[in-house]
Design a protein around this ligand. Structure first.
Ligand code: FPP
Length: 238
């Protein structure tokens, strides 16, 4: 199957879409456990859903989507699980490289710290970013080795190294990895917390939670979240 099929007919219409959508892909382990499978099987199923939902965001015309794929804390998981996740990123990138044509207009960007990631994977990440950077479709940020606090600290350190002695909100907004505001954060699996995801960008985010486990998350669930977002009255503190 093509990685991201070419832009197809719009599958749904919304009067307002989030400019930047954040998705916490949670519940892979529980999904696998329910089926008597190893946790790694849940991550494999989750990776397929990541591709399906990316494609649907592109179909709908959402400008930017950030997927939480691996946090700075996830290194503490068993080696087999960490290796499986790294292999899934690797396979996704190889597939993307072999199938650039079919990936349509999607722009891929990896956000997070580079240390700890193998040089082979880093090279594939750089290739994918370079190859897709000239496109004008949906920007898919894949947060790998990412932590929201670490992102803010890294932005501040970059500003210090540029000689800044006083830092403004705009300075930090310009130096976080993604666009500075996230309009909607989706978290499946029944957990209702942010888990160090997009801390700066979430200042005025709407949240949408669901009990569905990520490997079962469908385009229909995405549409439900977007139609609820459409109805929210956003006041930005005013
Ligand atoms: C959290 O669920 C999920 C993760 C730590 C990994 C998410 C990664 C993927 C879905 C693969 C993405 C692949 C690509 C190619 C970007 P959990 O395992 O903590 O679930 P649990 O809370 O049920 O144990």
């Amino acid at each position: 199957m093509a990685l991201f099929a070419k832009k197809s007919q719009k599958t749904a219409e919304f009067s307002v879409l989030p400019n930047h959508l954040g998705i916490i892909m949670d519940g892979n382990g529980r999904w696998a456990k329910k089926r008597g499978l190893p946790r790694t099987a849940g991550h494999k199923a989750g990776a397929e859903v990541f591709k399906k939902i990316s494609k649907e965001c592109e179909n709908l015309g959402i400008k930017e989507v950030t997927f939480y794929a691996f946090s700075t804390e996830n290194w503490k998981r068993p080696k087999e699980e960490v290796d499986t996740l790294m292999n899934l990123f690797h396979d996704f990138l190889l597939e993307a490289k072999a199938d650039m044509e079919a990936s349509g207009n999607i722009i891929v960007k990896f956000v997070g710290e580079r240390n700890g990631i193998s040089s082979e994977l880093l090279e594939l990440m750089d290739d994918a970013e370079r190859e897709t950077s000239k496109r004008n479709g949906t920007l898919i940020n894949v947060a790998v080795n990412y932590g929201g606090r670490q992102e803010i600290v890294s932005a501040v350190n970059r500003l210090i190294s540029q000689g800044k002695t006083e830092i403004t909100e705009d300075d930090i907004s310009r130096n976080v990895y993604t666009s500075p505001d996230c309009d909607l954060i989706i978290r499946p699996s029944g957990e209702e917390r942010l888990s160090n995801f997009l801390l700066w960008q979430a200042a005025y985010s709407e949240f949408w939670y669901s009990d569905v486990l990520w490997p079962d998350f469908s385009e229909k669930d995405l549409h439900t979240a977007l139609s609820e977002f459409e109805k929210r009255n956003r006041r930005f503190g005013g």
